[in-house]
Design a protein around this ligand. Structure first.
Ligand code: NZQ
Ligand code: ZN
Length: 389
């Protein structure tokens, strides 16, 4: 079992009615609030009115930044920083999914950053100092409510950069706010949760018992609860489980005591959505089984891990380890198909024209994957993309 450090300073409120604490949480940081949200889902669900009511009751002054894009853009981060300065903002309130929170993390750090926020993103983020950040989460997917990451895109350069910022100060996760998430986004968010676990579960360290069990437990929970949430979008138990799964999956906890991968599927997906602006979880659902098949073929010493995945996650059994390893990957692929996630890049209108550019860019941004769980070269990455067509 490897060493680890636990540090997630976020105050985390979970469950029906958790928003009751929002007014007090905001007021502890001051009276001037920047309310940030996406393309309007919070207005359609009534959550916007609830939030404005809470802010009015506390006599808070609200400035709004709306229209945060899925795959949030650096231009929106710049707008937010300018508003924080011009309106003397005390606290940022993010209401939405991972894109909105990520945009807010970059705004909060960018407020103090000396220079353009894209330079901050290119430098891998900034953890020095941030404006306080409170969020109300409306989608189970990224786990951004319980980690320090933010992924910011730049459509001018086709880049999408994962950086480390500061964790939110307060996260409010009421599963009822996810009842309105459309089926396609619910499935994509769940594929993202599963990928977060796979990026940590696939490790050569087997003796970190609790982390192993957390990873397998979250995967089994998504396999059980996603179909339930799709057949009844207002199933509280299903939505609540997916929400808590998502917060823990990306928190780092499932990797404690283990040597995780270098998150190759995420690195490859961020290139895809940087170039083609696709939904993050959809890209991961296509890439993950292809990555699995590729590394299993390239390095058969990882077979025991795939066997454990097949047995403990999918409940498969048998004496032939090679067959079992393959069947675990097929089970994951079949599960993604069963929830109507696209299974090829071709379906998304993506061809092979930028595969080499993406592989080279990935190497430049991440330093490459030569030291990964199964080391990957540029040619390997192109081969994995090609297998996704
Ligand atoms: O913009 P609105 O109108 O709010 O609609 C959003 C958006 O269209 C909609 N939505 C959200 N909550 C809803 C809802 N629609 C109805 N009812 C609700 N309750 O869903 C759409 C997608 O929202 P978005 O925030 O983009 O999705 P997600 O949470 O999956 O975030 C994706 C972004 O997070 C990054 C991804 O790369 C991508 O940029 N990631 C962030 C991570 C982190 N910070 O730790 C880790 C992840 O691996 C990921 O890379
Ligand atoms: Zn992800």
């Amino acid at each position: 079992m490897e060493n680890f450090t636990h540090c997630i300073p976020t105050e985390y409120h979970f469950g029906k009615g958790a928003i009751d604490c929002l007014g007090d949480c905001l007021a502890r940081y001051g009276s001037r609030v920047l309310l940030v949200y996406g393309g309007g889902s919070i207005k359609r669900t009534g959550l916007y009115d609830t939030i404005i009511g809470i802010c009015n009751d506390k006599a808070l002054t609200v400035t709004e930044l709306s229209g945060v894009e899925p795959n949030p853009q650096i231009a929106t981060v710049r707008k937010g920083i300018a508003l924080c300065h011009s309106e003397s903002i005390d606290v940022i309130l993010s209401v939405g999914g991972g894109s909105t929170i990520d945009c807010c993390k970059a705004i909060a750090a960018g407020y103090y950053y000396k220079g353009d926020p894209w330079d901050m993103a290119l430098a891998g983020g900034c953890q020095d100092r941030s404006l306080p950040l409170v969020d109300v989460m409306t989608l189970a997917a990224t786990g951004s409510e319980f980690d320090a990451d933010a992924v910011i895109s730049n459509s001018m350069t086709s880049q999408k950069l994962d950086g480390t910022y500061r964790c939110p100060d307060v996260s409010i996760c009421d599963p009822t706010y996810t009842f309105s998430v459309p089926a396609s986004q619910t499935a994509a968010g769940s594929a993202d949760i599963m990928s977060h676990i796979c990026e940590q579960y696939f490790s050569r360290v087997f003796d970190s018992d609790l982390s192993e069990a957390i990873g397998e437990g979250i995967l089994r929970s998504v396999i059980k609860n996603l179909p339930q949430a799709l057949s009844d979008p207002s199933d509280y138990s299903a939505r609540a489980n997916l929400m808590w799964d998502s917060s823990i999956a990306c928190s780092g906890i499932p990797a404690y005591g283990k040597i995780p991968t270098l998150w190759p599927c995420h690195a490859m997906e961020h290139e895809l959505s940087g170039f083609y602006n696709i939904t993050h979880g959809v890209g991961l659902a296509i890439l993950t089984p292809r990555w699995m098949r590729f590394i299993l073929k390239k390095d058969t010493s990882v077979t025991p891990r795939f066997v454990k995945f097949a047995r403990n996650v999918w409940g498969l059994d048998g004496n032939d380890d090679e067959a079992l390893a393959r069947e675990g990957i097929e089970a994951l692929e079949d599960f993604f198909s069963s929830v109507n996630l696209p299974s090829t890049l071709t379906e998304l209108g993506i061809g092979n024209e930028h595969f080499l550019d993406m592989a080279n860019d990935l190497k430049e941004v991440t330093g490459g994957l030569e030291n990964d769980y199964v080391p990957l070269t540029i040619d390997d990455i192109v081969a994995i993309y090609t297998a996704c067509l």
